[in-house]
Design a protein around this ligand. Structure first.
Ligand code: 13P
Ligand code: SF4
Length: 331
């Protein structure tokens, strides 16, 4: 089989219409044209490749993208992110067409929390309020009282009465960080993100010595030892805001490397260094799921309106409640 056949087979296995595309097609121009023609909006996360970020109508962190999905007045929402993000957009907009450029764009954190196991954990602690990080499946959201993102997690937890027991899932690192931040003793699910767990503590220390004037900033999905040495901890949007407004000119950044694009755009005179990972094959941490989205797939997705997020109505109704509570508490 030649490489073109391989490529076509891969696309077909992921639910794409594999109609051949004219060679040399200008994907950027075509995506812009199709967005207009179909009254579609493109929502993209900071971990997307640079060209996709530049094409987005809404570019942001998980909270901003959920808020945008709740407010957009478009017939079609195209998500350049991962499955749980597109799923959340669909849950908020059950009658709209929500497209994801690759249905295999999953999330290790969401995968670390299987619904059956989580239901059993919840049943062992029937009096606990269940707060779940948005990085989880619709089934897990349906088992939750409140959803949160890294931008609003502290506020969401602080909205719960002090004597109320809380289950926090699925990210144990974010959970541990929030226990410290809020003083609440939460029951944690043992999940994590492969991208943030890949950082090398030793290599970061070496880099900090190499750049003594730099501030080290980290996403709260990072492990405890990494967070312990950070000058600032925050969601992707908070990391960007900090890097832009702080007096420092050099930053070592511990989150997915796609975020550097927006940092470089908004503060072109500052230096942003991606935190190194514990792997000799690559220098920085990239989310392989996020990077499954490409310009070609986005073009195909808009042109043929496939693959589409399809969810059971009853599941969506159950999963919508904790998301709506989060959106109301975040206003
Ligand atoms: P935020 O953009 O909300 O900080 O989330 C980071 C992340 O890992 C998304 O998968
Ligand atoms: Fe999931 Fe981690 Fe990728 Fe975010 S960076 S989508 S949490 S695997």
């Amino acid at each position: 089989m030649n490489s073109t056949e391989d490529h076509t087979q891969m696309l077909s296995s992921r639910g794409y219409v594999t109609t051949p595309i004219a060679e040399g097609l200008d994907y950027v121009a075509e995506i812009k044209r199709l967005k207009k023609e179909k009254n579609a909006v493109l929502l993209a996360h900071y971990y997307q490749e640079d060209a996709i970020q530049d094409l987005a109508d809404f570019l942001g962190d998980s909270l901003y993208l959920a808020q945008a999905a709740a407010e957009v007045d478009a017939d079609v929402i195209v998500f350049a992110g991962v499955h749980f993000m597109a799923e959340t957009a669909k849950i908020i907009n059950p009658t709209k067409k929500v497209l994801l450029s690759d249905l295999k764009a999953g999330c290790s954190l969401a995968d670390s929390c299987p619904p059956q196991d989580f239901a059993a954990f919840k049943a062992q602690n029937p009096d606990a309020v269940v707060v779940t990080y948005i990085n989880c499946s619709a089934e897990i959201k349906a088992l939750s009282d409140l959803v949160c993102t890294s931008s609003n997690a502290k506020k969401i937890i602080e909205s719960i009465p002090k004597d109320q027991q809380i289950i926090f899932a699925p990210d144990k690192h974010l959970g541990r960080y929030l226990i410290k931040e809020t003083g609440r003793d939460m029951l944690l699910w043992d999940g994590s993100c492969v991208v943030h767990e890949a950082f090398s503590f030793e290599k970061i220390i070496q880099l900090v010595k190499q750049y003594p004037k730099a501030k080290f900033i980290a996403h709260p999905e990072s492990p405890e030892d990494i967070l312990a040495i950070a000058h600032f901890i925050g969601s992707t949007s908070k990391l960007i805001d900090f890097a832009i407004t702080d007096d420092t000119n050099e930053f070592i950044v511990a989150t997915e490397a796609g975020i550097l694009h927006e940092m470089n755009k908004r503060a072109p005179n500052k230096t942003f260094i991606p935190a190194p990972v514990d792997d000799d094959t690559c220098a920085c941490s990239e989310c392989a799921f996020m990077k499954l989205n490409t310009l070609e797939k986005l073009y195909r997705c808009l042109a043929f309106e496939q693959p589409e997020i399809q969810l059971d109505q009853a599941l969506m109704s159950q999963a919508r409640l904790p998301i709506e509570r989060m959106l109301t508490l975040s206003k």
